[in-house]
Design a protein around this ligand. Structure first.
Ligand code: ACO
Length: 328
């Protein structure tokens, strides 16, 4: 039997910091409101020269170095992003060039904030089926370039960043053990960037109407998120032949501290089993889980043999969860 083990991991966040105090000067909000309602204290925002592909490449280089894998050894390069540098070529093609991963088949997938777990699930199938030996999975988003910094409903929530993992074939029962992917039909309008696609190609009019910015019905998204992350986590735990108490750590998508707390309650697990870093990064969309994974490992919260749940939801509305057995 072949398994898909995570053998390398890396992250990148841009240097510039946007604090709640900075946002107080831009929109009618307060540090107290943002911290109480979301748990976010600051987020990192790209510098003018940075893009989704530059951040993704930086995270990927760190992951490859940690795994001891040369770029030419990558068979498939999957990039989860909703905010590619441009519609064509894909972010994955740009990252392939930046890395020199000349043998890799590069492809973008878009499942918004659930994207990294989708990409991990797809990459794991390539490895487990024997079709590929080495897959690079990148989760990266530059949400700041699609936010209206006059809309307090959205601009306080998001930050920019990237995370990456290397998946390699092994015969040890480890890596991605179970997955659950899905979406709730008819909920697309709750969280969208309507302009710039085939329905509303960019024109002076779509720009004037702000269709190139993200819009969100936060309260509805919140309710769906708690249900989806809770139920999907329970499913992947059962599918891996485990019970919730055997889960050492849950690494949830970092969208809102209250969503994470409600998910913990739904799973009847204490908050100590949930990794949280939303205070420092906000919601980095497809990057949030791999960034959290890197930091959890650096803090010694991932030990070989640990069963770990990754769970996310996002625009679509999509959801995605996986159980990963950490270690060689
Ligand atoms: N500062 C101050 N007041 C605000 C702000 C702000 N930044 N934003 C909204 N308010 C006001 C609202 O206008 C409202 O005022 P009103 O009662 O006078 O109308 C009041 O605060 C309460 O608004 P709610 O929307 O009910 O606030 P809620 O407690 O639901 O928190 C939030 C809003 C933080 C957006 C929450 O609903 C949430 O986190 N939802 C999930 C969003 C999310 O995770 N989105 C990302 C999905 S991932 C992806 O794929 C991109």
């Amino acid at each position: 039997m072949t398994y898909a083990a995570i053998t390398g991991w890396g992250m990148y966040v841009p240097e510039p910091v946007l604090s709640n105090a900075d946002l107080e000067k831009m929109v009618d909000t307060s540090d107290d409101w943002i911290v109480t309602r979301t748990g976010i204290k600051e987020r990192h925002i790209v510098a003018p020269h940075e893009t989704t592909s530059t951040m993704g490449s930086a995270a990927a280089r760190e992951a490859l170095e940690r795994a001891g894998v040369r770029p030419e050894a990558i068979d498939i390069l999957i990039v989860a992003t909703t905010t590619p540098d441009q519609l064509m070529p894909s972010a994955a093609c740009l990252i392939q060039t930046a890395l020199g991963a000349r043998r890799a088949g590069p492809v973008d997938i878009n499942a918004a904030c659930s994207g990294f777990v989708y990409a991990l699930a797809i990459g794991a199938q390539f490895v487990r089926s024997g079709a590929s030996r080495t897959v690079l999975v990148v989760g990266v988003d530059t949400m700041s370039r699609f936010l209206n910094y006059e809309d307090r409903n959205t601009c306080i929530l998001f930050g920019d960043g990237a995370g990456a993992v290397v998946l390699q074939a092994t015969t040890q029962p480890s890596g991605v053990l179970s997955i659950d992917l899905g979406a709730i039909p008819g909920t697309g309008e709750l969280l969208e960037i309507p302009g710039g696609g085939a329905a509303h190609p960019a024109t002076a009019e779509t720009i004037a109407q702000n269709l190139h910015f993200m819009t969100m019905q936060g309260r509805d998204v919140f309710k769906y998120a708690v249900r989806a992350m809770g139920d999907s986590s329970a499913k992947v735990i059962a599918d891996a032949g485990l019970v919730p108490d055997e889960i050492a750590l849950v690494i949830p998508h970092q969208a809102n501290l209250r969503i994470i707390e409600a998910t913990a309650k739904r799973l009847e697990l204490p908050m100590e089993r949930f990794y949280v870093n939303i205070d420092r990064y906000g919601n980095t969309s497809a990057a949030s889980i791999p960034i959290a994974l890197c930091e959890a490992e650096a803090e010694g919260r991932l030990r070989p043999g640990d069963s770990v749940v990754l769970t996310a939801f996002g625009g679509g509305l999509t959801w995605a969860s996986a159980v990963v057995k950490w270690g060689p």
